[in-house]
Design a protein around this ligand. Sequence first.
Ligand code: ZN
Length: 438
Amino acid sequence: MSLAERLAVVDREALGRELHDRVAEIYPICRSITGDGVRGTLARLAKDVPLSVHEVPTGAQVLDWTVPREWNIRDAYVRVPGGPRVIDFGQSNLHVVGYSVPVRARMSLDELRPHLFTIPDRPDWIPYRTSYYQESWGFCLSQRQLEDLEAREYEVCIDSSLEPGHLTYGEYCIPGATEDEVLVSTHICHPSLANDNAAGLSVAVQLAKYLADLSLRYTYRFLFIPGTIGAITWLALNETRVPRIKHGLVLACAGDAGRMTYKKSRVGTAEIDRTVSQILRESGQDHEILPFSPYGYDERQFCSPGFNLPVGCLMRTPWGRYPEYHTSADGMDLVRPEALVDSLLTTMRVCDALEGNATYVNLSPKGEPQLGRRGLYRSVGGFSDAGAIEMALLWVLNLSDGSHSLLDIAEGSGCSFPTIRHAAELLEEHALLRKVIR
Ligand code: ZN
């Protein structure tokens, strides 16, 4: 079965449930850039795809960075001595600032106050905060919780460890006919935030599941890596493999109700940039294309000038542009099954176009070949819109001079990529077209 055929038989409702259920399973796990949360998440993803888990020791030099100590957390709270907990990690893992050093102390509210973080404008939401590279500790809580704290002594406990250990990441490679690679990367370092990025993980795994069953032109490499340090670590350890990456996508925020957004690679005109733009245009749905900027997700690392890989970032609503971003309100309610399906289908259409893009030469270039005689004109079955396929045949014949790819033709003609590709296949069957082998 080809990807296009797989796309045609997708049961969107069942798929939405599967994607959403996976988000729900990943969501509660307390992840960080290192530690057992990442391992637990990879173990869950490994139920769907046979990914390999890599452990890189603390202290390893990776490009300009050093793999940090491993952070794990068992419990954390602030409580009235001998009384109830007023802030409880057991209720939300967002309550603890990520990478907080261990603390066991009694202190006044005044002493505790500099370690408490809220969002005054959103009094019911808990913010998400980390302190990876500066030793500190803290609690995040809702503004209402803060206002309810009495001025008295509290017992403060963060039962965490920050010790030499490992940075953990997952990798899954699906071999294709060539060693040229398509990279799909998602970050796996956020605790209980559903859209950013349990949704991206769920979509990436589903894409991998589908691709694994197909015979493919490209080799597909999926990375499930902690943000920034994970991408830097992978790049440092795989520098020799990097030139094989021909196209790449960072997937994030794949489940909110917003429109699709694509942030172009640093190259800006790479085949992946043009392919995603074409697929989004063809979708007929509202979408946004953003230029590259050196901020965002791990495209920052893949597109650093020393690598300059053709890797863009596919999202729905971008980071920081939805109020729930990096707060407890980025919960399961924010992630919609139909949005997850739409994100997945977009990635599948992009892969289908990458797989099918090629350059051809017209073998009967003097005058138009007589299509009617070959049953190609006014008699093409299978496509409901015969006019569209006829236009596509004419475009493919006219522009297949060995220098225009099918993507070029789709862009120039206004025909959809699948229609252009179908036209090329028909013409090839009728010996009117030959693929240029590069
Ligand atoms: Zn984030």
